[in-house]
Design a protein around this ligand. Structure first.
Ligand SMILES: [Zn+2]
Ligand SMILES: [Zn+2]
Length: 220
């Protein structure tokens, strides 16, 4: 799957960055943490940006990502090493370092976006590092990628993908009876039947992946 290859490539790129950015003694710490997110493109982007930027030029491994605030598709994260913590604002496209924990969050647009009238209000809400919720791998899934077969929005699913919508009944193509009815059979027995089904699907017009098709258990 294309998506998998892209993720693997990104992991390799980050490993290379870690090689340069972190001292030998702490490299395993950095690599272990990276492995936890090897299927999560959102987290990989964050980790990659961390090692590219290397805030304050400190050569420290990233060991924790916490979620401080979330609104719509925007996350306010806290990126932590064993010694320092950095505020990081991230959406689908990009991320931005916006200061250190000890100094508090002061960017006025960020504060008001998350509904805080001023810096103190934010500080009251986030008093302790211990209360920060850790980011869970894959919680911020890329909605433009089919969660099952991995195609991008607007493209056809891999035939057999359980997320594909049936063009005849609007149900789940891998579950409804339309495929049998179309071919006038009880079950799909061989390659030839599959090919015939594919032909009929194409004549009817297959329904490409769109984020609305995400199974509801993945929705927010
Ligand atoms: Zn699919
Ligand atoms: Zn159907």
């Amino acid at each position: 799957m294309l998506n998998k290859e892209a993720l693997q490539r990104q992991v390799q790129e980050i490993e290379l960055l870690i090689n340069y950015a972190v001292g030998e003694i702490e490299q395993n710490l950095a690599l272990d943490f990276l492995q936890r997110f090897h299927e999560d493109s959102f987290a990989l982007d964050v980790i990659q940006d961390y090692y590219r930027t290397l805030p304050e030029a400190r050569e420290e491994p990233l060991v924790k990502i916490s979620v401080l605030e979330r609104k719509e598709q925007v996350f306010l994260l806290l990126l932590s090493t064993n010694r320092h913590h950095y505020f990081y604002l991230a959406n689908d496209e990009e991320g931005l370092f916006i200061g250190q924990w000890e100094e508090g969050l002061s960017a006025p647009q960020v504060l008001s976006f998350f509904g805080y009238p001023h810096q103190d209000a934010f500080a009251r809400e986030h008093q302790s590092l211990d209360n920060c919720r850790e980011y869970i791998a894959l919680e911020r899934v890329d909605e433009d990628i089919c969660p099952s077969c991995g195609v991008e929005s607007g493209n056809l699913h891999t035939l057999g993908c359980p997320v594909e919508v049936c063009p005849w009944c609007g149900g789940q193509l891998s579950r409804c009876n339309c495929r049998f009815e179309q071919l006038g059979v009880e079950e799909l027995e061989d390659e030839k039947m599959l090919e015939e089904l594919e032909g009929r699907l194409e004549d009817k017009g297959r329904i490409p992946y769109a984020r609305e098709q995400r199974p509801s258990f993945l929705a927010e």
